[in-house]
Design a protein around this ligand. Sequence first.
Ligand SMILES: [Zn+2]
Length: 581
Amino acid sequence: MTRFFEVTNRDGPARLGRLRLDDAIETPAIITKDEIAFAGPIWGFSSIEDALKAGESLSGKTDKIVIGPHVAVPFHIEPPFSVPATPTDGPSGFVVHPLLRKVPPASDVRVVGAAGSLHNPRELVAAILKIRRMKPPDSALYTPALATPANLALLIYLGVDLVDGTRVVVDGLLGRYHLRDGVWPIEELKKLPCRCSFCRAMEGGGRDPKMIAEHNLLKLEEELLIVQEMIRAGTIREYVERQVRVTPEQTTALRLLDQEHEYLEQRTPVSRRSTMYANCAESLTRVEVTRFARRVLERYRAPDGDVLLLLPCSARKPYSTSRSHRLFAMALGETRRRLHELVITSPLALVPRELEEVYPAASYDVPVTGRWDREERAWILSCLDAYLERNTRQRVVAHLEGELREMLEEHGIDAVYTGGGTDGDSLARLKEAAVEATRDARRLEGYPIQRFRALADYHFGRDASSALLTGDVRVRGRELQSADREALAALTPNGTIALSIEGAKRLLSLGGYIVEIGDFLPRGDVLAPGVTDADDQIRPGDEVIVMGEAAFGVGKARMSGWEMVESTRGIAVELRHVEKT
Ligand SMILES: [Zn+2]
């Protein structure tokens, strides 16, 4: 049970929240003695009774997080015993040693024991993930004496909510000078690369340890402001990917975190407003990439037809707004009604035309050189093989050039290769191949219907399209309607679909994306304590169906399904429509 901490925004394990002390503080935050009342290690007391008494004397404080006495041991030693939590009326904290086997008591703040000695990236990742996986998920995580301007983004991306200035202040007193780019013994710096008042005061050559400490703290605070903005903007992952380059240990930590794919997947929203940059090797294994590819291969089904056209991606997104894709469309003309278009790209692998407006297909950017490295090739070909097995076609036309074309040909993809390109001759070859391939081919369903089918399956799972688009349906503008003109769903500007109550009822039989609530009619948002059960596959940003004895509604998930069930605070679903049942 957390009474004083609430998560408000999530982007992967990183989150924004609010710690309700007398003066609420926004997290992630750098906390100080003003916010914590720490009884300290039991070794500082003459007996355990004395230690417990010291803890009790702190309880009742509401302006501070009360952290009772704890058994302080180094990281590699399992604590021989543990001290019970200090009861308090206000915000509570509890020190959890990473090797502790017992489930710790629920508290508003979990303090990572021996955090200051987590230098090894493997131990750092293992310790933080272990404690963040404990229930309830809405406890704040605090790593004392660990944060520096260089590692702060990584710590917060791993799942830390609270840090302090201990490390940088102590380092400053020892003459160690911190920047976001690392740490230096100050005597090695000819000029101080910072214009803060402390550094200016030291310009003449006087190096005052207290001023170095102040500068270090200032740099940590500045970095915190940047990280908060990055989470708000949905670009924390991109920021961490470049910030970890500061040291090999940090890069190692990010790669180890990426191996904990499930931990990340369970916490990553389905869409963002920001553009996804796939700038480095780590970007290939991002949740956004693997999730998109898996949904295309497992949920999506291509429209019934005979001809598949493979196209290259374009820098501009969605692809159809690009010059090259407009030229392809003109060249293809009427044949487009008889062929299905699939875009081959890195790192998403395959983007069916109907899904080009879905996140991240509609907003990603990669460095393009025309060269495809071994990992990219293997990834794309494995996806293409799986796709072709699931969506068989009599004929394939590949309008691809360069290495991409060679790669598919060498792999033995049976297709008419036009050579790709956007000049007059190339487009004429594309047209000729398309006309030839679509002769006698079946005509596809209208594109607006195809798109709703694809989106329904992509968002709600296999067979969702047949449930939602059952019977006579039509598309008017951005809305899908039943035969009697009742709205079922609408396309949203960010490529998802928003359900109407009627549309939600059609999807009920699938049993997915349902949030069950208690016997009440929610007004406004559904809060986590009101949720009795929720589909495990729900992620922040998903369209969900809300059901209870007294209510039926639709809305957007603000947290993952498992989090709704286990959390004690926070908005679970933003309701859009609700009716009494
Ligand atoms: Zn400075």
